[in-house]
Design a protein around this ligand. Structure first.
Ligand code: SF4
Ligand code: SF4
Length: 246
């Protein structure tokens, strides 16, 4: 099939030169099977090498190429040009400061991510001789969906509570905390509880579900957060009944 001419309107912002973001439109000849990332790559390679955007794998695995296309947070490597009319608008993800053009500053997310201790905290360390912990298929299934996150940040861009409260830990980090709390090899739930069960943790979520709608890996962070709320509530009442100090 013939090449299709697309008007690609891109938000540009160079903090060293621009006082505020501006838009620049490029006319790009696109192959019919191209994704938005291909169009951006053509702009950078052939039209304007000053355009900045993140990408790495081009196969929806690395999570680097999250951006806003015609108002929706998406992976640009998974978003086909053919699904749009002759003009597309490409912007950085909402709810993050702009580093440059389509690249956002991720520092705040990384801090939140680290705060939930996103790793297995074992009951006791195992030596190499003891081998790895084994799990049944059912034990794996309990958390597998929540382990598929690629940190693309699309859910943070879609979440109305992230927009309202900078301190909200947010969907992906909370889903990841839930993933480890459900893992039979992990005993770190109490170590995560101060962050997960805080007001800026699961209780800040209003369960709109926008995070799950935009997630390109079907992680369903909204479900993880609601399950965490139930677990935290159960913990609270259990400690209340047993006289614990939660
Ligand atoms: S369900 Fe919670 S985390 Fe997901 S978008 Fe809504 S408020 Fe944000
Ligand atoms: S939960 Fe989904 S949308 Fe959010 S960062 Fe992970 S993969 Fe991306």
């Amino acid at each position: 099939m013939a090449e299709r001419k697309m008007q690609v309107e891109v938000l540009r912002y160079d903090p060293d030169r621009d006082t505020e973001p501006r838009y620049q439109t490029y006319e790009v000849g696109c192959d019919p099977d191209w994704v938005v990332l291909d169009a951006l790559t053509k702009i950078k390679d052939e039209i304007d090498d000053s355009l900045s955007f993140r990408w790495s794998c081009h196969m929806a695995v690395c999570g680097s190429c999250g951006m806003t296309v015609n108002g929706e947070p998406v992976l640009s490597c998974k978003t086909f040009i053919r699904d749009f009319p002759d003009k597309i608008k490409v912007e950085p993800l909402d709810n993050f400061p702009i580093e440059r053009d389509l690249v956002v500053v991720m520092d705040d997310f990384i801090e939140k991510f680290e705060a939930v201790k996103p790793y297995i905290i074992p009951k006791e360390p195992r030596s190499i001789e003891q081998g790895t912990y084994l799990q049944t298929p059912a034990q794996l299934k309990a958390y597998k969906q929540y382990s598929m996150c690629i940190n693309c940040l699309c859910c943070y861009a879609a979440c109305p509570q992230v927009a309202l409260n900078d301190d909200f830990i947010g969907p992906a980090a909370l889903a990841l905390a839930h993933r480890y709390n459900l893992d039979t090899r992990d005993v770190g739930r109490s170590a995560r509880e101060d962050v997960v069960a805080a007001h800026e943790g699961v209780w800040e979520c209003s369960f709109v579900g926008a995070c799950s709608q935009v997630c390109p890996k079907d992680v369903d962070p909204a479900a993880a957060i609601q399950q965490s709320k139930i677990a935290s509530t159960t913990d609270y009442f259990t400690s209340f009944i047993t006289g614990g100090s939660k």
